[in-house]
Design a protein around this ligand. Structure first.
Ligand SMILES: [Zn+2]
Length: 317
């Protein structure tokens, strides 16, 4: 029997608990009987049969090619499947680590917190839960740092925080960062990942589209570069505003980039959509995306672009 056959249900990586380093060293791939018993007690709701044969804190299965691999290998590879190159969703902090020079990142606006302007039921609880699960305060982390020694501002959206939805705080943080970039004459990089506008904030959420777009128009007037990086998934109000306004638009392989999702479109127009519809590769073909960049090459590509577009100097009319 292959190890892959032992995984009956498709587990998404997000549901896998983080393993502890020391624990992994002792237990690692050997799946011993004593360990299985411990794990079974911890997660008693799981079917017993499966728990006898694998440890979900150590192993995972690629959602694309179904290859079974060690979680620590997947993490070490920046959540890219070593077998098929599938790019998993990366959290904001880890993303910053992969592109910004070590020790150079300074975070902006850590103290802006989300209110419940419309009195939406259970919204505060949802925010609190998202904070605990993701370890960040809102669905975007903004700040400045260096890429290969070049100063830049950077915003990274986190799909783990309420699906990266854009509420007032997300819009405000991005706008403030763009304003800081204009003041300091720095380029802007935004890693987009979003389920769209945050419905719990209604119209206030939609207004962020206009606000961020207006700030980016001022950045454009100041002749500063804006690089937008589309990651899986970039949809809704984010696609309809700052995601598509980049002077240069990059995307990760096979990222879903859409306004409305494929299912909604299919149901509306009652037609089958072409293969690969709304994925990065399709969008490069149609001219929405300039280049698809592998996660491992992202830092060097961004570094090269920044080098070609120096922003700290004088403005030549
Ligand atoms: Zn894979």
């Amino acid at each position: 029997m292959k190890l892959g056959d032992l995984f009956q249900s498709k587990r998404k990586y997000a549901t896998v608990k983080l393993y502890k380093k020391e624990e992994a060293k002792e237990e690692s791939p050997s799946l011993k009987t004593e360990n299985k018993v411990d794990k079974q007690e911890e997660t008693s709701e799981k079917p017993k049969k499966k728990m006898e044969v694998y440890d979900e804190k150590i192993w995972m299965k690629c959602t694309a090619c179904e290859e079974v691999m060690l979680i620590k290998d997947y993490e070490a590879n920046s959540k890219v499947c070593a077998n098929c190159g599938f790019h998993g969703r990366l959290d904001a902090r880890k993303r910053i680590e992969t592109v910004i020079d070590g020790g150079s990142f300074v975070e902006y606006d850590v103290d802006i917190s989300t209110g419940n302007p419309l009195g939406f039921p259970d919204y505060e609880e949802k925010i609190e839960k998202a904070k605990q699960q993701s370890g960040i305060e809102e669905a975007v982390v903004t700040g400045e740092g260096k890429i290969n020694g070049i100063d830049t501002t950077i915003a990274v959206m986190d799909p783990a925080f309420m699906m990266g939805s854009m509420g007032s705080v997300v819009g405000e943080k991005i706008t403030r960062m763009v304003e800081a970039a204009i003041e300091k004459r720095l380029p802007v990089i935004i890693f987009c990942a979003s389920g769209g506008a945050r419905m719990q904030e209604g119209i206030l959420s939609l207004m962020q589209m206009a606000k961020t777009s207006a700030a980016l128009a001022r950045l454009d007037d100041a002749k500063l570069p804006y690089i937008s990086v589309l990651t899986d998934p970039t949809t809704g109000g984010v696609t309809a505003s700052f995601a598509m306004l980049g002077d240069i638009i990059l995307a990760e392989p096979k990222a879903l980039v859409a306004f409305a999702g494929p299912r909604v479109i299919e149901q509306t127009i009652k037609q089958k959509l072409p293969e690969g519809f709304q994925r990065s590769e399709f969008l490069v073909e149609k001219g929405f995306v300039d280049k698809i960049v592998d996660r491992h090459r992202m830092k060097s590509v961004l570094g090269d672009i920044l080098k070609m577009h120096p922003s700290g100097g004088e403005i030549y009319e």
